[in-house]
Design a binder for this molecule. Structure first.
Ligand code: NDP
Length: 485
């Protein structure tokens, strides 16, 4: 490897790398070649204990610091992430297989945005004063305590920062468990936070499979759990957290609709469909994978889409010209291939793609199905791969009902030049994040999250503060206190 991918040790606890080779080995596979690039070890009970104990011990002193002091450290970490963007992007590409063309502009940079944003916000967190005659109540905005973050494998740096930045800004500590498929990047986030001056024990990273996540969620010292993952995992984690009445944020899966009306700018709509289906090889939770296209422009849309897909540069993710990389793992590729077979078997029309590339690594072609019906498996289940389903429609009310007829509610998009229709459709979408004439933008300033089965709570923006802090009311009586006896 031209870049060192084997970390110093598997875990980062109490400000340093820690190893325990008694843990189950976790091999890290480079998705573009299938070769092993690192071996880490799953956390043993002793490692889990060290991490939670460190987080518990460090948190009170951190919460007692001023927001300005906490924020300064987070903003310094943001600067280091930006300075090291190249190296971090290379590591993200090795961890996930996503092209450097993407990782160099999305991953460490959006992580830095979160640290900068919440670093800036830390000093602004206040309670309020409520006058009650001569008495009064004041509220204190307090930290929750120890937060656990559990990440999916598609954005390992970003998820580590999106959870860590607001948690730390509010005065919490964190134990973060990355997906075992992509364990490398979060360790770098921990290293950089400490280099920026974060006191030891406040941001710990431990590796492991679902059982390590489950052990963290049930630990009585843990006050909050934030999960990014699938709906089935979300159900398990939410239920386990509920047993301990813990705070939760659930960022789960989706099967989001994108509606392209007959008056849409076709070039922009095709761009939206490409961004919302093939970026990161389709491994994006908010993807608009059900593309409803008005029958009046269906042929023009599909023709232009097929032409534009010929421009995808598929290959070595490290080549800056590559715009489409492999699936994260052989397992994920197999899952997506199963869906492609189902799409064909259930009668959808394969417009392009559908095949694995004849080379090493886990490469699937960008795949488009047309004439998809609402009840087909590829229109109902989250695929999490480069598979677009194009469905026909003619009437706005009808397409609205069909768009919302899903258990998910993460995102939704509309392409139209009609201003009133755009806002009406956005208002009627049952989804947490909606787009008008664009798709998949996720700036840190805007709340991000799902409704229905796609999640609970919001990440990013001022809204995230509500999910990483709690209010204490303090009643102050100024005069004598009357009692019945
Ligand atoms: P999974 O749900 O399989 O796993 C998510 C994380 O939870 C992993 O770290 C996993 O560990 C861990 N985990 C699994 N079981 C448990 C358990 N019982 N208790 C605690 N932790 C557990 O998701 P994937 O990693 O496959 O990621 C893809 C999914 O994530 C998709 O559904 C996608 O939509 C969703 N996602 C949602 C986003 C959002 O913001 N809404 C953003 C990105 C992805 P391990 O993998 O090591 O087993």
């Amino acid at each position: 490897m031209p870049y060192p991918t084997q970390p110093t040790a598997s875990h980062y606890i109490n400000g340093q790398y820690v190893e325990d080779t008694a843990g189950t080995p976790i091999d890290v596979i480079y998705a573009a070649t299938g070769e092993k690039i690192a071996t880490l070890h799953s956390a043993t009970p002793a490692i889990i204990e060290q991490a939670v104990a460190a987080a518990k011990a460090a948190q009170p002193a951190w919460a007692a610091m001023t927001g300005t002091e906490r924020g300064r450290i987070l903003r310094r970490a943001a600067d280091i992430l930006r300075e090291r963007n190249h190296d971090l992007s290379v590591l993200e590409t090795y961890d996930t297989g996503k092209p450097y063309q993407e990782t160099s502009v999305v991953d460490a940079t959006s992580g830095a945005d979160a640290l900068e944003y919440f670093g800036g916000m830390a000093a602004t967190l206040t309670g309020e004063h409520i006058q009650l005659g001569e008495d009064w109540v004041y509220t204190r905005r307090e930290a929750l305590g120890v937060c656990v973050g559990i990440g999916a494998w598609n954005y390992p740096t970003q998820i580590a920062c999106w959870k860590g930045a607001p948690a730390l800004a509010c005065g919490n500590s964190m134990v973060f468990k990355p997906s075992e498929t992509t364990p490398l990047c979060a360790l770098k986030v921990a290293e950089i936070l400490h280099e920026a001056g974060l006191p030891a024990g406040l941001y710990n990273v431990i590796q492991g499979l679902g059982d390590v996540g489950a052990a963290l969620v049930t630990d009585p010292r843990v006050d909050k759990v934030s999960l990014t993952g699938s709906v089935p995992t979300g159900r398990k984690v939410y239920a386990a957290a509920a047993a301990g009445i813990k705070h939760v944020t659930m960022e789960l899966g989706g099967k989001s609709p994108m509606i392209v009306f007959e008056d849409a700018d076709i070039e922009n709509a095709v761009s939206g469909a490409i961004l919302g289906n093939f970026y990161s090889s389709g491994q994006v939770c908010s993807n608009g994978t059900r593309v409803f296209v008005h029958t009046a422009i269906k042929d023009a849309f599909l023709t232009r889409l097929a032409e534009r897909l010929k421009g995808a540069v598929i290959g070595d993710p490290m080549d800056p010209d590559t715009s489409f990389g492999p699936m994260v793992s052989a397992r994920q590729m197999g899952i997506v291939q199963g869906y492609i077979e189902k799409g064909i078997a259930e009668g959808a029309r394969l417009v392009c793609g559908g095949k694995q590339l004849d080379q090493d690594g886990f490469f699937l072609e960008p795949t488009v199905f047309a004439d998809v019906k609402d009840d087909m498996t590829i229109a109902r289940e989250e695929i999490f791969g480069p598979v677009m389903a194009v469905l026909d429609f003619e009437d706005e009310d009808d397409v609205m009902a069909r768009a919302n007829d899903t258990e998910f509610g993460l995102a939704a998009g509309v392409f139209t030049r009609d201003l009133s229709r755009a806002h009406r459709v956005a208002a009627n979408f049952e989804a947490g994040t909606c787009y008008i004439n664009t798709y998949n933008d996720a700036p840190v300033e805007a709340p991000f999250g799902g409704s229905k089965n796609s999640g609970v709570g919001r990440e990013n923006s001022k809204a995230a503060i509500e999910h990483y802090s709690q209010l204490k009311s303090v009643y102050v009586r100024m005069g004598d206190l009357e009692a019945p006896f």
